[in-house]
Every structure is written in structure tokens, then in C-alpha cells.
Write a protein that binds this ligand. Sequence first.
Ligand code: NAD
Length: 370
Amino acid sequence: MLRVGRTNGFGGKLTFFHPTFAARFADMRVQFGPGSRNTLRAEVERLGCRRALVLSTPQQSDTALGFAEMIGDLAAGVFSGAAMHTPVEVTEEAVKHAADVGADCVIAVGGGSTTGLGKAIAWRTDLPQIVVPTTYAGSEATPILGQTEGGRKTTLSDPKIQPEVIIYDPQLVATLPLAMTNTSGLNAMAHAVEALYAQNRNPVSSMLATEGLAAFVSGLPKLAKAPTDEDARGETLYGAWLCGTVLGQVGMALHHKLCHTLGGSFNLPHAETHAIVLPHATAFNERAVPGLLAPVAEMLEADHAGQALHSFAQKIGAPTALKDLGLSEPDLDRAAQIATENPYWNPQPVTRDAIRALLQTAWEGTPPER
Ligand code: NAD
């Protein structure tokens, strides 16, 4: 059992308490545990629904068909067109399909792409959503929707977007290939790292972020050795819930800005980019807020959070160099320019030169500087 929290950046106290804060908690039901997918029919009925449209990517259409079979006469149909970055044209097709089959709720089975489609439908129609996540992305726990139109990705937040029910079944994540397990896990950890120094953090968000990180620090190395270890799948999926929850509660900073830039303008893959950038963005911000990042260093049994995350990524076999994702070295100048044009709030002041240097190290895959 990992013990963290002795140094938590709030004046060295044993808790994350601080005297003034505001917090927001979403109203959602969570079913967690191996085999919990079998509660799906009961969850549809609990929502008062009778015609569920099951959503998935083309790659997971068999799983979606299996889910439709599982709920029998409560299934209105299956739509397996979900795609990365939630293209609006796919959503419009799915909304039409939902109307044609008379759907009164949606069931999203898959990773962030499928969850995104469910949220995009709900935002337009207010249909209730049940999400059954099969990656660690954490989108199911947020009221945030990112969608793409004409090659441009925009993000919005609305209570209508927040799913009503999440069913976390570790047996469904066990099919996630090891490479994606690692990158998706680090993607989730990135939400929690940034939550620790968020301007609008509160004691509960810091507690959730620390516990979520600890679940991955404990679980991912076990999965690197035994990818179908059910306990470790459960532990990491629990981490995904906590990390997704804090993503929905507090603001993100430099790390997410860099990943949105690299994904949006250079088409780099989502989870891999998060995995590679995280140690570098963390080390950069650690210069400004070492105390707030101390729980990360502490749980990784190291002195510096950024460097410890780099070693952790290497240990579990995650990618560490942007050059391996196909980004060319000359692109780094433009990436630094775009990422610093409209910067998010960040604890460490952001300059173009500093970000260019950070990107160089991330591109080469060498450990971040302190
Ligand atoms: P993904 O949903 O695109 O999945 C990647 C691929 O893996 C897909 O082909 C999928 O079908 C497959 N897959 C998923 N689970 C599997 C499993 N258990 N076994 C085998 N194959 C499986 O990837 P992702 O990283 O989960 O999601 C990325 C998307 O989510 C991005 O568009 C990102 O912007 C979005 N996202 C949104 C939020 C939010 O709060 N709005 C949060 C995190 C991520």
C-alpha cells in the first residue's frame, strides 16, 4: 500500500486542507467491479428508458453488438461509427440514426472517442447517457466535449454533456493492448498531475488526484508484467475514474495546452502525446511549485516529480520521444509558437524560448531538466 500525503504542498500539513475553496460535484451513478457490465439492463431501466442506442468505434463493433444482445428488447440499435476527435459529420449521422430508431438513451462502449460521440449526441438531444469505458482516458467523468469541424477542434462544457451513469468493468479494459494501456494510463495521470497545481484546486480534488496517481503508480508496472491481471486492471480503472473526475472539476494548464497543440495542429495521437509530454511539462512546472508536486515525487520514491515520471514511463515501456511519433524537428518551432500564442494559465511563466527547449527534450526523449 502506497503512503502519500506527508508533503502535500499546503504548508507541510498532513492533509490537503486549505482554508478557502469552492468545489463542484457532478450527479452521476457509478457501478464498479469485475462483471459490472451485467448491470447494464438494470441501469437502462433505472433511467426509465426502453430504447437504448449502443455506440462504438468500427474496431469495437462486436463488443457493441454483444452489449445490444445483453439488453435484448431494450436495444434500439447499434451505431459503430465513432471516430477520434468527435467529427461533427459523424455526430450528425448518429443523431439522425438515434431519431430514426426512436432511441431514448445512448450507451457508449469504448474509449474517449466513443464517449465523445455519446456526449455530442446528448448535447444536441439531451438523451441520457450510460458510458462503459474500455480505456483510461476519463472522458466519462467530465462535462467536457471536444469536437472537430472542418479540421478545427473546439471544446465546450455543459451539464447536459455529463453522463448520468458510468459502468467500470475491469474485465473490459483487459483487452486493451499493453502499449495503449501504458499511454492511456499516463494520459489519465496527466489530468491528476495538472489538478495538483490547478488554480481552482480544492482539498478534495487534490486528494482524488493523489489517490488516482497512486493507483496507476501501483497498477501499471503490474500490468507491464501481466496485462490481464484483473486486480491491476481494477486498480488502474479506479485510477482512471479519479483522474477523470478531477479533469472535470478543475482547470488544466501547460501540459494539456501542449498536447492540444500537438494533436490539433500536427495530428499526433492523443494518448501517446500525453504520455511523452507529461514528464517534461511536470519538470517545467516543478520549478515553480515543487511543494504541490511533492506527492508525485514521493509516491515514485524520487526527489523530482518530472524526472521520476520519465523513469516510470521507461520502466513500464511507454514511448518517451516525440520524434518516434513522426513529428519532424523543424515542426518544433511552429509548435512552440502555437502553444504560446494563447497560453492557458500556468504556475510557471510560459515563454516561447522555454517551451521550444522543453519540446526539444521531449522530441529527443531525454530526461527532463530540473
Ligand atoms: P480511443 O477511444 O480513440 O480508442 C483508441 C482505439 O482503441 C479505438 O480503435 C478503440 O476502439 C480501441 N479500444 C478502446 N478500448 C479498447 C479495448 N479495451 N480493447 C481493444 N481496443 C480498444 O482512445 P482514447 O485515448 O480512449 O480517447 C481519445 C479521445 O478521447 C480523444 O479524442 C480525446 O480528445 C478524448 N478525451 C476527451 C476527454 C474529455 O473530457 N472530453 C478526456 C479524455 C480524452
